[in-house]
Design a protein. Structure first.
Length: 80
């Protein structure tokens, strides 16, 4: 589990390191969603399941988690 979280965090971390300040938040969010979709497909293939629904499910819940986190940040004044 720890290894999968580490691997899953690599792409957004790389994007954060190379993206200029103004575009960084969008770059990290989009890259995280792309990687979540990829990992959803990979997990489904390993489990022998069809790939579309798991990829959509993982991506949708990831997007929901990011939106909720951003909303909380806005409420407490961390996001302008």
């Amino acid at each position: 589990s720890a290894a999968s979280f580490t691997v899953g965090a690599l792409l957004p971390l790389i994007v954060a390191a190379v993206t200029p300040g103004a575009a960084r938040a969008w770059g990290v969010a989009i890259s995280a969603l792309v990687f979540l979709a990829f990992l959803g497909v990979a997990g489904a293939r390993v489990g022998g399941a069809p790939t579309r629904r798991p990829a959509l499910r993982v991506t949708a819940w990831g997007a929901a988690a990011m939106l909720i986190t951003a909303a909380i940040g806005k409420v407490v004044g961390l996001i302008v």
